[in-house]
Write a new protein. Structure first.
Lengths: 291, 810
């Protein structure tokens, strides 16, 4: 599957223009057996004083940009052509849930995809008794990991209401879950909390969805801005499998990966503050077209 | 035995009569048989030969020193923080040189071991991969900083300055209780403890063969200076700022070693190079001794919530452009659970056993260890595996000897079964005791000792001494200062005379004058505002004094001049709600606004404490204290007028100290600019208000009084005040230090000394604006200086502040 991707983010500042140093995680990387980036550009308007390209610990593409002068508007645009390889979703090769702990322990290397990073607490993920109890209610000990994660995924999709205005970027998972609403970020944080509570290593994926569904299929939630979903570690053989709780599906063809991490804090598209005392507004536009 | 020594022995015995070592606990002074250890004998003889009065006097001299030097620490509790006087326990801890050398060998081995561990954790990660360390423990630690994985420190070493907390167990052997590799504190306080203690026992100390500390600091200073790639870059200490518990130490040690003192805000990154923002523009810096925890140092790549950091710092480290001491990420070595693995890691990495054991620790992530901890819970502290607290520090999340802390989830069995990896068990510490003077009597108190190691080109050096914590009671958990503990000096005593060390190198060439360093913008900003706030306080006080003088003459408060003064005070934010009602009985004599202004002055001063004298700081605090004391205890009128006079003299005390004693570096210029600008604005305001045609009768005299110029006016004009005489004296007389022209001249002079004021004959916009103000004032006559001109001048003056800001403080 071949996609042309456009992502545009524009920051507008009020009376007090802003500058500063930011790290962007907005460009899709090539991920073995998942997606291949054929071409990708990231352009800034205006051009920053400094620009440095790199990779972070998790292998995400980072672009560091610094503005010395103050600007009323700063925008950047990503254009990419990405080829998505369809993963086989046939066999469930995952172990039983109750033997996952020993599988995790056998992973002693601390490379970026090691499940060791994705258990327990992280900056935005704290244990939450209510979410843990909900997760435990969805599973039985004899389930495989994939079965368990799918059960939690579907259950959360049924339980939570998509509401674009109810939460903000800083809302904790516990609060969003208590109100049973939120956007993709909240769905994702809640599911990560749930999976870690039942011993499944889980991480945060940020990315893009195709904006225009194939004929006959429904349009997926989260397609008009950057999207987020969950990756769950399903044992040594299967490795990481992606689930989209906002739409209650296992990730297949429609999801283009941009960045992975333990939670939003690791993948947030723009890190760093614009130095301004005034108001600012952000505008985001996404276009993902299947060729 | 000669008579004199017998008397001495008797005195010592009497002095020590109450000193009973506690059962099952080692004592520093008495050996296992109860005899005074040889290293203590002459010191005990000396102390016991003093009369109680002499001893009190000696101790007082140490306390006196600490007060004069302004030594304090900040204590947090109940949501408030306060500066506390330094709690010195006056009796030093004496350690025999030979014993100390054994300790040193163990500590140096440990420092090398930790270096090997941390370079693996940020490098190959073989320890985790091969199972020597649990991968989950590393991955879960917030101190394993992923952005630094794979980054080799520029100098090759992660650790350059470390501290170890050690204690002596019941068997008399020393144990390591905890490792301090993040940003160890205490070394500056140790130095202050030494100066104060040496003063208390001055006669004895001089001949006592106690190893001196200066050599250690000299070597460390030289080592840091050698790490610079550019010799003109100044090594600096990175501090979290004045709200940190140990800020005093940061400022003190920076001054002592000749280093700069910077906060994250002082730094910026430009094309991967770390720079200091100074009044002369950004200048590069490449060695920082950080006293700031790593996660706070860069909000861009580390903790985004940090307000203390410098965006881009990690990038500069990654590009090899800066050395941080210690390297970012070294804090991972402080986690408790690591103590469980270090004995085996030592054999694995160094091929030898730990020379100095650490406190027995079991990580409960494995069933066997978890079971051991469960069965022996009564003799254990069970707490969070990733905690970096020392064993004797109180911890709500821990359970000590089966007594759970307030936040400890008591279902231990379940936690050990399901989440054992989050827990460690540690043997409950028993610390040795050491003598402390309690109400003139020597009593045994628990002690732990912090030892400091610095990496030099010749390897690790151990400071011959240390920072001892002394418990308030026999309870070893009451050793922390927040629980009433105190600090003591540590004397390493040699049987032979010791070398006299100094910080200063002998001169090696002809005399050359050192140029003063460049002033960081933030310091300039604070000095400027300090000058302004102090001058503003003075203006407040002069208006308040004038008001109360008038109220004392006319207690009804209805005189037009009183109304005029109230209006002026109100515009300065000094109105109390009662002013409107003019109810004199409840009138607030010390308005909240006055206290706030003084508070702002102290706040600004607190941020540049390393830049002016302890006396100046004390004078300012004395002013605040007196003002607060007056608040609520004064009645309007005469009483208050006199009180304002007292406060005015205290302000002069501060400005006098500063202007008589402060070196005329560029920081002093900024402070003086603040003062002159504030004064010019105050006088412009006073003139417009009091000489206007609508001003009531008596306003002219009031203006002269507020400007403290009554005597001069009488002498110069020998007539009653007229608008012309007042405008002339307060506005245009360049010999009157309170006149607008005088302040404008001052501004002009000071601005001329600022960096970039005049480049090849071209004036900076600020210099131009100041010249314009100065000449606009200078060309006036009492007739031309009318309301409209005054208004223009006031605008010109207030525009200077923003111009200064954009030129120097950004």
């Amino acid at each position: 599957m071949l996609y042309d991707v456009t992502l545009r983010m524009a920051y507008r500042f009020g009376e007090h223009a802003a500058g500063g140093r930011q790290i962007l995680r907005v460009t899709p990387p090539t991920v073995q057996d998942r997606q291949r980036v054929i071409a990708c550009t990231l352009d800034f308007q205006p051009r920053p004083m400094e620009r440095g390209d790199g990779r972070d610990f998790f292998g995400n593409v980072t672009v560091e940009a610094a503005y010395v002068n103050a600007w009323r508007e700063i925008a950047f645009v990503v254009h990419a052509r990405v080829s998505r390889m369809v993963e086989t979703t046939g066999l469930d090769l995952s172990p039983r849930l109750d033997s996952l702990a020993s599988a995790i322990e056998r992973c002693r290397a601390l490379g970026p995809r090691s499940p060791q990073h994705f258990t327990g607490r992280s900056i935005r993920i704290q244990a939450d008794p209510a979410i843990a109890a909900f997760a435990r209610d969805q599973i039985t000990p004899d389930m495989t990991v994939v079965e368990a994660v799918s059960a939690v995924n579907v259950a959360l999709f049924g339980e939570l209401r998509f509401d674009a205005d109810a939460t903000d970027v800083n809302t904790p998972a516990s609060v969003a879950f208590a109100h049973r609403h939120g956007v993709c970020q909240d769905f994702t944080h809640i599911m990560i909390t749930a999976l870690r509570a039942i011993g499944v290593p889980a991480g945060y994926v940020s990315g893009l969805l195709r904006t225009r569904p194939p004929e006959g299929s429904p349009r997926l939630e989260g397609a008009d801005a950057m999207h987020a979903w969950v990756m769950a570690w399903c044992g040594e053989d299967l490795g990481w499998v992606e689930f989209d709780p906002t739409n209650g599906i296992i990730v297949a063809n429609d999801h283009i990966l941009v960045a992975i991490g333990r939670d939003y804090a690791d993948v947030s598209p723009v890190t760093g503050v614009f130095k301004t005392t005034g108001a600012q507004s952000i505008e985001q536009a996404v276009d993902v077209i299947a060729l | 035995m000669p008579l004199s020594s017998r008397i001495a022995a008797d005195a010592a015995a009497a002095f020590l009569a109450a000193y009973q070592a506690l059962p099952g606990v080692a004592d520093e002074m008495r050996d296992a048989n109860g005899a005074v250890r040889p290293v203590w004998q002459s010191f005990i003889h000396h102390v016991s030969s003093q009369s109680p009065d002499q001893l009190r006097h000696q101790i007082a001299s140490a306390d006196h020193y600490l007060r004069d030097a302004g030594v304090y620490y900040r204590q947090y509790g109940e949501g408030v923080s306060a500066e506390r006087e330094w709690p010195l326990s006056h009796i030093p801890v004496l350690i025999d040189e030979a014993d100390w050398e054994r300790i040193c060998a163990g500590l140096i081995q440990r420092a090398n071991l930790l270096e090997a561990v941390v370079s693996d954790l940020y490098g190959q990660n073989n320890l985790a991969r091969e199972g020597h360390l649990p991968a989950s423990l590393i991955a879960a630690s917030p101190e394993w900083l992923r952005p630094l994985v794979g980054v080799k420190p520029r100098g090759g070493h992660f650790l350059n300055f470390v501290a170890f907390e050690i204690g002596r167990g019941p068997d008399g052997e020393w144990w390591v209780l905890g490792d301090r590799t993040q940003a160890p504190s205490g070394v500056g306080f140790a130095l202050q403890n030494r100066v104060a203690t040496a003063r208390a026992f001055a006669d004895f100390y001089a001949g006592a063969n106690v190893h001196r500390l200066a050599g250690f600091f000299r070597h460390f200073r030289d080592a840091l200076n050698n790490m610079r790639h550019v010799e003109t870059n100044r090594v600096s200490i990175l501090t979290p700022g004045p709200m940190n518990e140990t800020y005093f130490e940061h400022a003190y040690i920076a001054r002592y070693l000749g280093f700069g003192l910077l906060e994250g805000e002082d730094l910026m990154v430009e094309n991967g190079q770390l720079m200091v923002r100074t009044v002369a523009g950004p200048i590069p810096i490449d060695v920082l001794w950080r006293r700031l925890d790593a996660s706070f140092t860069d909000p861009l790549e580390l903790d985004a919530r940090s307000k203390l950091g410098t965006p881009g710092l990690v990038g500069a480290v990654r590009q090899g452009n800066v050395t941080l001491v210690n390297a970012l990420g070294s804090g991972i070595l402080e986690i408790r659970a690591l103590l469980a693995f270090l004995p085996r890691l030592c054999k694995h990495l160094l091929g030898e056993p730990l020379a100095l054991p650490n406190i027995a620790t079991w990580w409960c992530g494995h069933p066997a260890e978890a079971e051991h901890v469960r069965r022996n819970a009564s003799r254990m502290m069970i707490g969070e595996a990733l905690s970096t607290r020392l064993p004797f520090e109180l911890d709500d999340h821990a359970m000590v000897g089966e007594t759970p802390g307030a936040s400890f989830d008591a279902d231990l069995d379940a936690r050990l079964r399901h989440a054992g990896a989050n827990l460690v068990g540690q043997e409950v510490v028993t610390l040795s005791t050491t003598p402390a003077l309690v109400d003139g009597v020597l009593l045994p108190r628990p002690m732990s000792l912090r030892a400091f190691l610095a990496r030099t080109p010749d390897g690790w050096r151990v400071m011959p001494g240390g920072f001892a914590r002394i418990g308030r009671s026999p309870d070893p958990t009451a050793i922390a200062m927040r629980r009433g503990g105190s600090a003591a000096d540590v004397w390493i005593v040699s049987p032979r005379p010791v070398a006299q060390e100094t910080m200063l190198a002998a001169p090696t060439g002809p005399f050359s004058r050192a140029t003063p360093g460049t002033l960081p913008s933030r310091a300039a900003d604070n000095l400027f505002w300090l000058g302004r706030y102090v001058e503003r306080t003075e203006g407040h006080l002069r208006l308040l004094r004038a008001l109360h003088l008038r109220l004392s003459e006319n207690p009804t408060g209805t005189a037009p001049t009183v109304t005029l003064l109230r209006k002026a005070l109100e515009e300065r934010g000094l109105a109390s709600q009662d002013l409107a009602s003019q109810d004199l009985d409840t009138e607030e004599v010390v308005p909240e606004g006055l206290l706030l202004t003084i508070g702002s002055a102290i706040n600004s001063a607190g941020k540049v404490r390393d830049r002016f004298s302890v006396d100046g700081w004390m004078a300012l605090n004395d002013l605040a204290k007196t003002a607060r004391r007056f608040a609520g205890h004064l009645t309007a009128g005469d009483d208050s007028a006199r009180a304002m006079g007292v406060l005015l003299r205290k302000v002069s005390g501060f400005t006098g100290l500063v202007h008589e004693n402060m070196y005329r570096f560029v920081g002093w210029r900024f402070m003086s600019i603040g003062r002159a600008l504030e004064r010019a604005q105050f006088m412009l305001d006073t003139i417009s208000r009091m000489t206007s045609t609508t001003a009531p009768e008596g306003a002219l005299d009031l203006a002269v009084e507020i400007a403290d110029s009554a005597m001069t006016h009488r002498r110069r004009y020998t007539i009653a005040t007229t608008r012309e005489t007042v405008v002339d004296l307060l506005g245009l007389d360049s010999l009157n230090p309170r006149s607008v022209l005088y302040s404008a001249n001052e501004l002009h002079e000071h601005v001329g000394f600022l960096p970039g004021a005049n480049i090849f004959g071209e004036m900076s916009p600020l210099a131009r604006a100041v010249l314009k103000l100065q000449s606009s004032v200078a060309v006036q006559t009492p007739t031309t200086l009318d309301d409209a001109t005054l208004a223009t001048l006031r605008e010109q003056a207030s525009a200077l502040s923003e111009l200064l800001n954009s030129t120097y403080f950004r």
